[in-house]
Design a protein around this ligand. Structure first.
Ligand code: SF4
Ligand code: SF4
Length: 169
């Protein structure tokens, strides 16, 4: 009898002391939990400040992908129809999110920092075709002051595929 009362009191104490602890639940989707610094979420295809796409269609990301989730097809840039600096741009860029394991190897392999795994973890789809994230879906919006692609540019302005990079400070 005494033992029973003791066990009930112990249970109530264990439960009751949670009231004074910091709350761990979030009212998702209204309230979103901040992600960790190195979190790897939905991919983005980045642009330069002038709006040109960083992706040059080299397919190094596809070669590095262990899940064979990326498909890239490159086409030629011209100065009248320029999508990215250099000779080529990715006319087709697709990631199959059903295959992706969010390892980030594509980001590491990219020579222009075009493909980046961002903070967005809201990846829902209701059929297999929606799991293919296309170039149009992955491209970030044109930054303020930039122009959408394709751009008409002065001949010879953007000959280098990979911009000159500075050594890290
Ligand atoms: S995060 Fe990994 S698995 Fe996903 S597309 Fe990039 S390289 Fe492939
Ligand atoms: S995202 Fe980067 S690695 Fe992939 S095709 Fe474009 S430039 Fe090349």
């Amino acid at each position: 009898m005494l033992r029973g009362i003791f066990e009930i009191a112990r249970g109530m104490w264990l439960t009751g002391k949670q009231i004074f602890k910091r709350r761990q639940t979030y009212q998702y989707p209204e309230q979103k939990r901040p992600v960790r610094t190195r979190f790897k979420g939905r991919h983005e295809l980045r642009r330069y400040e002038n709006g040109l796409e960083r992706c040059i269609g080299c397919a190094l990301c596809a070669a590095a992908c262990p899940a064979d989730a990326i498909f890239v097809e490159a086409s030629e840039n011209t100065d009248a129809q320029r999508f990215s600096p250099g000779e080529r741009y990715a006319s087709t860029y697709e990631i199959n999110m059903l295959r992706c394991i969010f390892c980030g190897y594509c980001e590491d392999a990219c020579p222009t920092q075009a493909i980046v795994l961002g903070d967005n973890y809201e990846l829902t789809f209701t059929d297999r075709s929606q799991s293919i994230y296309t170039r149009e879906k992955l491209l970030v919006p044109v930054p303020p002051g930039g122009q959408p692609t394709p751009q008409q540019v002065e001949p010879g302005t953007f000959n280098r595929s990979i911009p000159v990079m500075k050594n890290p400070e």
